[in-house]
Design a protein around this ligand. Structure first.
Ligand SMILES: [Zn+2]
Length: 376
């Protein structure tokens, strides 16, 4: 048996004459060089450059349009011109998004001008305001902040958000942050109480995905993404993951007449039992799934069971821009049975994704019915 090297047939060294031998010899050198360069490149491949492509011949479902009408409860004022809003509305039409809630973070004139910009689209958009933390360390701040909340309410704000605390205090609202003041601070009580009286839900992001708190080493399961967003746990006075969830729990417990929406599954996609236990204890708490699709898709069976159990408390959100492919990706993950796929365009984890294959009743509630229950 004759052994041949794995060159393309035209370059195989079989039955060659003298001239061909020289020519093919050169080709072999080039080929071997290429081989060693490849080996080197593989050794030098950085984790951040790792972009696997699925080799599995499994269904690849394109879901252009959500199966049922949708209210997206987590978006932001991305468009910078009326033309961009027009185009967004067309994308929403194609995707079956009936309404988008825009969490503006804003108060004052900035809120008013956003409210004007979107007002011509009627029910397609709903705008939520922030809290004005300006002077939050001064006496009498609470009354002023409540007065501004009421003013925003009269100007059309239907809820408050997105508030945010990643450990150093409430920092998402504009124009100022509230360093070291957390959602369960006594100073926040008049505002949260008033939200309940006005029927304004409070949307709040606490903490971040769990692996961002863990050491950035070879064992970090979310490293590809966590490294970019890692939390500096050595920071003074920083509240950690569970401590932040405790602040949320305190506020939710203290204000049973105010509806709270924990953004991003309360950043508990690694351990949904934590979130489940909060939902069990506080009927005024809801949660939305925006920007946590890549975090739930690796464990489709656990997540599906959770979604079924808490189907009355879950809301659809995106928080990832306004492109058609973004919406389609969320629908594919929620609706399809697809297995082992990657969506590098939107997510940067190394792991493959899997569809949750949610049932019709759960989808209807998640997409819109629960939101209508809260907001209408
Ligand atoms: Zn957001």
């Amino acid at each position: 048996m004759r052994r041949v090297c794995r060159l393309p047939p035209s370059e195989q060294i079989i039955g060659m004459n003298k001239n061909n031998a020289l020519k093919n010899g050169l080709a072999l050198v080039v080929f071997l060089n290429a081989l060693s360069w490849n080996a080197l490149a593989q050794e030098d491949l950085l984790l951040k450059d790792f972009e696997p492509v699925s080799i599995y011949n499994t269904p690849k479902t394109v879901v252009e349009k959500a199966r049922y009408p949708v209210t997206d409860v987590h978006s932001h004022p991305y468009p910078v011109s009326p033309e961009e809003i027009e185009s967004w509305v067309k994308t929403m039409d194609r995707a079956n998004i009936e309404k988008t809630i825009i969490l503006t973070y804003n108060t004052g004139k900035a809120f008013d001008s956003l409210s004007n910009l979107y007002s011509k689209y009627g029910d397609r958009f709903e705008l939520w305001c922030g809290f004005d933390y300006t002077g939050y360390t001064d006496d009498g701040w609470g009354e002023k902040a409540v007065a501004e909340l009421e003013r925003c309410y009269r100007a059309g704000a239907k809820g408050v958000g997105e508030l945010g605390d990643k450990g150093t205090g409430l920092y998402y609202s504009k124009p100022s942050v509230a360093k070291s003041m957390h959602i369960d601070d006594d100073r926040m009580k008049p505002l949260l109480k008033r939200c309940g009286e006005l029927g304004m839900p409070v949307s709040i992001h606490v903490a971040d995905p769990y692996w961002m708190y863990l050491p950035m080493d070879k064992h970090n399961d979310g490293l590809m993404n966590a490294y970019t967003w890692k939390i500096d746990t050595s920071k003074e006075n920083l509240l950690l993951h569970q401590e932040l969830l405790n602040t949320l729990e305190n506020a939710v417990k203290e204000h049973p007449n105010t509806t709270f929406i924990a953004c991003h599954l309360a950043n508990c996609s690694h351990n949904l039992d934590i979130l489940g236990s909060l939902l069990d204890r506080y009927p005024n708490l809801y949660t939305e799934i925006g920007a946590r699709y890549a975090e739930i898709a690796p464990t489709p069976r656990r997540v599906k069971a959770f979604f079924e159990q808490y189907q009355d408390r879950l809301l659809y959100g995106t928080d990832m821009g306004m492109s058609s492919s973004m919406y389609q990706t969320t629908f594919r993950i929620l609706e399809s049975k697809d297995e082992h796929f990657y969506v590098r365009e939107h997510f940067s984890y190394h792991w493959p994704l899997h569809g949750l294959d949610l049932g019709d009743e759960v989808l209807k509630k998640l997409y819109q019915e629960n939101a209508k229950h809260i907001y209408d």
